[in-house]
Design a binder for this molecule. Sequence first.
Ligand code: ARG
Length: 565
Amino acid sequence: MLDYKQLIASKIKAPLSTAELMSLITETSDDSFGDYAFPCFKLAKLMRMSPVAIAEKLAADIELDDHIVNVQAVNGYLNFFVNRLELTCEVISDVFASHGEYGNSDMGSGKTVCIDYSSVNICKSFHIGHLSTTAIGSALYKIYGALGYKVVGINHLGDYGTQFGKMIVAFKLWSDRETAEREGVKELQRVYVKFHQEEAEHPELTEQAREWFARIEKGDLEAQELFEFFKKVTLAEVMKIYDRLNVKFDSWNGESFFNDKMDAPLKMLRDKGLITESQGAQVVELGNYGMPPCLLVKSDGSSLYATRDIAAAIWRKEEYDFDKCLYVVAYQQNLHFKQVFKVLELAGFDWAKDLVHVAFGMVSLEDGAMSTRKGNVVLLKDVIDKAVAKAGEIIAEKNPDLAEKDKVAEQVGVGAVLFSALESSRIKDIVFNYDRVLNFDGETSPYLQYTCARCNSILEKAGDWLSSKSVGDYRALDNPETLRLVKLVGSFPQAVKDAAFKYEPSIISALLIDIAQAFNRFYIEHRVLSDNMAEQIARLQVVKATADVLKRGLSLLGIEAPDKM
Ligand code: ARG
């Protein structure tokens, strides 16, 4: 598509560089003021004139052409009018030429982005607290992929820690493989909670747990086998959720993978004089940077979460040579990542600047938050199941004859859950409410899916128009509703880039909602199917472009768009 900002910048005869001019040009929000605006306020000092006078002077010097057809000086702004029909046709043909992958680019070719997301903990249930990391990480995975980056999705499993010693003791005392295989993580959680209850009265349990943990560390066969069993039970459950959410990983190297990879980094930090002893423990002092010390080795010689993350970052750099490594983890771990990144920077790794903590807020259900320790967790599976069931009820009511109702209910329910974590700026806390996320008329994913299905049904009613030889009469598109819709569609590629570089999939979500709303307004105002074939074809192209972009946008968010709803 024509780069209108660049073209406009080349026409403004002001003492600023093209790049500076381009950065000042904005799209207008009101079509009656043109399509692009250039504010003259910054020029006042440079040109020693009032913005109003500057705008008038510059306007007089603008050379109009076939693309930029009018310019007006209004209150210190230059308002440019583009050839709107040309713009409309360009957007439509760009969408069609991309064959369902509008917004894709090869800008990332040759570059690698690692994304650490979801990163579940073995023996712990997959609860609503994991929704955001999974949804945001997976969306970023798809978004960077669309921009041509090589993406490595990493599930940094929480598979190391003294709790596994306790797990083994509890499991041997109160459970067995058959029950655990049947009941899953719930059973592992049950005995784990019981361990903590019994521990107070039976202090010998603590000692046994310590012994078992030591056996895990030594690679003792029975301990290893039990741990592998716990891992299998946990992942079997988690995989089912990932399949439903369409989430994929390329690496499952978690904390325990780094068991034998911490000595070298620790030695290096010691050699560089960064490590100091503090009450028997080894730490990196970060007081100069306004942070508490980063604890790396406990007084009993064991390593910590941070030690593993430092080893993991170094390993990932060596293995993948990433341009960026993202950590999609809740803001509760802000300090942890700041410390880890700072230690790596102090160690002299210039790539420490490429590590990014993509933080997000908390998710809770309207009926109160959850706490893992007490065991009253809200399972993600239950939330998805309930959303799917409710979606099924709504569909049965709205469209009782729909084919493949169950499949559509799954797509709508899963979409609603994912979208709840992707709809607003990620740092915001989310309070989840079933009725709100499933409202077909709200700013929700069912609304987007429904609008997309509506487009499909219009296209289907029109029959085989794509192969028709008639040419569209694009004058039928020369109206404010169509222009607004087409402009929003045309801004999709930029939104994909912004979403990637701000690590903010909600930029895409918000645009899709705007597109769907603009489409519905367009559809109210303009009859698509009519007796005038040429006009109909032009409008059908707008409908098809809208459907393509909604579907593409949803797929980047990990959400499927059913053909019919
Ligand atoms: N398993 C951790 C948790 O549930 C998240 C791990 C995030 N990734 C990392 N490299 N620290 O809190």
